[in-house]
Structures are given as C-alpha cells and as structure tokens.
Design a protein around this ligand. Structure first.
Ligand code: DGL
Length: 292
C-alpha cells in the first residue's frame, strides 16, 4: 500500500491556475509541526489550520470522543472547501480516520500511512519502534500499517513527552532523561530495530534530542515530513518546493503561504505557543466554538 493510497474518492481536481487550499486539523498546537513540514514543500498555498485547543489532549481520550470531536472539526474545515484535509494529529488519524472520511466529501489524508511508508523506505531489518500517545498505541494503527509492509513493530506510549514539549523543554536535561528511559524500555525487546517512527505531532521538535539518545544505527522517521511529501506528490500543482526549509515565509511575495488559524480555546495562548511549533509568529487567529 503506498502512502498516496490513503486518499480516497472524491479525487483531487488539480488546477495549475489556482493556489491549492490545504486544511490541517490537529488537537491543538502540535499539528503546526505538520503544517510547517507541508509549507516547506508547498509554500504557494492557502492554509486553514484548526486546533481543538479547548479539548486537547486527544492522546488520553477514548475512540468515541476523539472521533466525535474530529468529525465536528472536519465538517467545519470542509466548509472552507479545501483541496485536501490533512489530519495532522496522529491520535485522530489512528482513532478516527475512517469516521472522518465517511463524514466529509473532500479528500482526507492522515499521518499514519505516510509515516509507515517512509519507515519502509529506509529499513532493512524490517523491525521498527514507534513512539506515540497512549491512545495511538492502543489502536496499534502504526503496527498494522507497518505489518502490511513486512515489519515487526514495538510501540511505546510516551505520555510525558507532549507536556514537556509544550513547556518548551525541547533541549532540556529532564526531557532527555525521560526520552532515554522510554527508548531503553522500547529497545529492550527490539534488538534488530533500524528505524524509529515519531508518531506524534510534538516529537519532531525533539528530533535532535532523540538523535542523541537513539543508537546511530537507527534512522529516525518523522510522520509530519512523510505526510508533507505524500501531499506534495498528490497535489501535483506544480508548486515549487521551497529550497530554504523552515525559513520564515516572505509575507509579501505572491508565492508566500497564506494562513488562517481557528482554535477552540484562547487565541492569545495559541499565538503565544505557535512560534515554537511553526517557526514564525501567527497573525490571523480566530476563536471558534464547536459546541460539543
Ligand atoms: N496531536 C496529538 C498526536 O499527534 C498529541 C497531542 C494530544 O494528545 O492531543 O497524537
């Protein structure tokens, strides 16, 4: 199964004459790492980001609750008529992708399949470790996606990492110690592992820290980047990939990305936290109340 097969009918209607409109859903701020990865590849697009900040974290919630919340948000994003709806949240992708696809009439892509496909491209041993939230691990969505590619997978729930990253402790001895403990537990029964999949929106921010913790023989694959590549391949708008990854976009250029953000909790708090995840300040942030 290729990464792009996660897209189901209705098919994308490519148009070279119009900028792509890309909607990104997440439980909160973490999905900005996914947005950042997409923007780096497709700068010439209009982005609508939805962060369900009032109802996060999703990573400790039940399938029913995550599915209900995510479907509400997906229906809201559908009203903006995106060319593609990206479920940037790993937990929502793992627990609710099929509910979302059934509820909306735009192409939907989650992060699990692209992440698994990316791991398959680098692994020789076909043994992987996946770090994710408790809820994501509980579904074994990554394990199944990797099993289809011939992998034995060791999933490890890392509930402490999300709050540490949100605290801004991305290069902090406490975070490093926590990551070391999680990794040594995960690797205990995984002697042949040659790839580590970052299965949570927050983990790309501690990739450098994880690189120090994880043996050199293990490649690190980031679902956010993998998903960005899958979207780029799918859209085929002729948008030019940015040469300067993670650079601050030039707001005045006609090719610069345009952003609109919707959040369910405080606009100010989101705007305060966003630069850590996105790499630059955010301006156009609106509050939305979905009720549930
Ligand atoms: N966005 C979630 C994920 O990628 C992490 C934060 C949360 O638990 O809501 O799994």
């Amino acid at each position: 199964v290729s990464a792009t097969s996660t897209l189901e009918a209705p098919q994308l209607v490519s148009s070279a004459s119009r900028r792509p409109r890309i909607a990104v859903f997440d439980s909160g701020v973490g999905g900005l790492t996914v947005l950042r990865a997409i923007v780096a590849l497709i700068p010439n697009a209009d982005y609508i980001y939805f962060g369900d900040t009032a109802r996060l974290p999703y990573g400790s919630k039940s399938r029913e609750t995550v599915a209900r919340y995510t479907v509400e948000a997906a229906k809201f994003l559908e009203t903006h008529e995106p060319d593609i709806l990206v479920i940037g949240c790993n937990t929502a992708s793992a627990l609710a992708l099929y509910d979302i696809k059934a509820a909306v009439h735009v192409p939907v892509i989650g992060v699990i399949e692209p992440g698994a496909e990316s791991a398959a491209q680098v692994s020789v041993s076909r043994e992987a470790v996946v770090l994710a939230t408790e809820a994501t691990v509980g579904t074994h969505a990554y394990q199944r996606a990797l099993a289809r590619r011939g992998f034995a997978t060791h999933e490890k729930a890392c509930p402490l990492l999300v709050p540490l990253v949100e605290e801004g402790w991305i290069d902090h001895p406490v975070t490093e110690q926590v990551a070391r403990i999680y990794m040594s537990e995960a690797l205990r029964a995984a002697a042949h592992t040659d790839v580590l999949v970052l299965g949570c929106t927050h983990y790309p921010l501690i990739k450098a820290l994880l690189r120090r913790v994880v043996p050199d023989s293990i490649a690190i694959v980031d679902s956010a980047e993998a998903t960005a590549h899958a979207i780029f391949d799918e859209l085929k708008y002729g948008a030019q990939p940015s040469q300067k990854r993670n650079s601050r976009p030039e707001r005045r250029s006609p090719h610069a990305p345009r952003f609109t953000f919707y959040v369910t909790d405080s606009v100010e708090k989101f705007a305060r936290m966003a630069p850590l995840f996105l790499g630059h300040p955010v301006l156009d942030v609106h509050h939305i109340d979905l009720g549930g």
